[in-house]
Ligand binder design. Structure first.
Ligand SMILES: Nc1ncnc2c1ncn2[C@@H]1O[C@H](COP(=O)(O)OP(=O)(O)OP(=O)(O)O)[C@@H](O)[C@H]1O
Ligand SMILES: [Mg+2]
Length: 265
């Protein structure tokens, strides 16, 4: 019988940084995560862990920016060796190109791939509309608020239709209301794009709101302590976060994060 190949497989991943002076920092230890494909359905996997535990390190290695010290990462059964168009990353810092307009930023990946101008315009128009920035297409990033800049980053990543989108605390610097709006926008995008989003956060409420499943990580070196499947919330409105069902999952995750655990699951 042939084995079903996971869409994304992180297998026994270990990462130790070795600095020039020889100092070693073990950031990730024995992390294994399998994400199966759900055709026609977007999926959000959340990595939840304390600050400095190794979350960005895991994400960068999936992006192909960092080489695993031990273990391996496979996309559709193929080992990840470098960055590639099948993965897109949204960083915590605002990373738009300042010398390009919003539209040019969003079209950047398409231009690199030689997509003709008319098609680029048609597609960027659609993506700018979906993130509510149609009117700002000809502005430069410096004229935008933090939330708007992150919307540019999201549109710029999604327009390339990567199979896996890596998001490293993208809303961490936003005020609570904008953050809430951006989370809604991401959920909408996830439903329409049929991709897998690996979303890093240390915010428990954000993890429950966005995640289909949440992996709770230990403090450094990051290990997977628990995996929690979040039930599907039919209505995700402003009242959801104060509902008893939502609060109960938050409480479970908080206890997992902060209870003294000696043995990872
Ligand atoms: N380039 C590097 N060289 C050496 N050590 C590093 C490097 N990058 C990260 N580290 C160390 O690895 C550990 C994990 O860092 P990482 O950035 O992955 O944590 P994080 O979970 O993303 O934290 P935060 O929530 O604060 O963003 C930290 O102790 C950090 O100091
Ligand atoms: Mg980080």
């Amino acid at each position: 019988m042939s084995e079903v190949v996971p869409k994304l497989r992180i297998k026994d991943l270990g990462i130790t940084y070795v600095e020039q002076n020889g100092r070693r920092t073990e950031a990730v230890r024995d992390v294994s995560i399998d994400v199966m494909d759900k055709p026609g359905l977007g999926e959000i996997i959340v990595l939840l862990g304390p600050s400095g535990c190794g979350k960005s390190t895991i994400l960068k290695s999936v992006a192909g920016l960092l080489r695993p010290t031990t273990g391996e990462i496979l996309l559709d059964g193929k080992k990840i060796q470098s960055v590639g168009p099948d993965r897109g990353m949204v960083f915590q810092a605002y990373t738009s190109f300042g010398w390009l307009t919003v539209r040019e930023n969003v079209e950047y990946g398409l231009r690199l791939r030689g997509v003709p101008k008319s098609e680029r315009h048609e597609r960027s128009k659609r993506y700018l509309k979906s993130v509510g920035l149609e009117e700002f297409a000809d502005h430069y990033p410096k004229d935008l608020s933090g939330g708007m800049k992150q919307r540019v980053a999201i549109a710029r990543t999604l327009i390339n239709k990567p199979r896996v989108v890596l998001m490293d605390e993208p809303f961490g610097a936003l005020d609570p209301y904008t953050r809430w709006e951006m989370q809604g926008l991401l959920l909408d995008a996830s439903r329409t794009e049929d991709n897998t989003i690996v979303f890093v956060t240390h915010d428990v409420s954000e993890a429950v709101y966005l995640g289909d499943s949440v992996y709770v990580l230990s403090s450094r070196p990051a290990r997977v302590l628990y995996r929690v499947d979040v039930p599907f919330f039919e209505v995700r409105d402003i009242g959801l976060k104060s509902s008893s069902e939502f609060r109960a999952i938050e409480k479970t995750l908080l206890e997992m994060l902060y209870a003294p655990v000696s043995q990872p699951a």
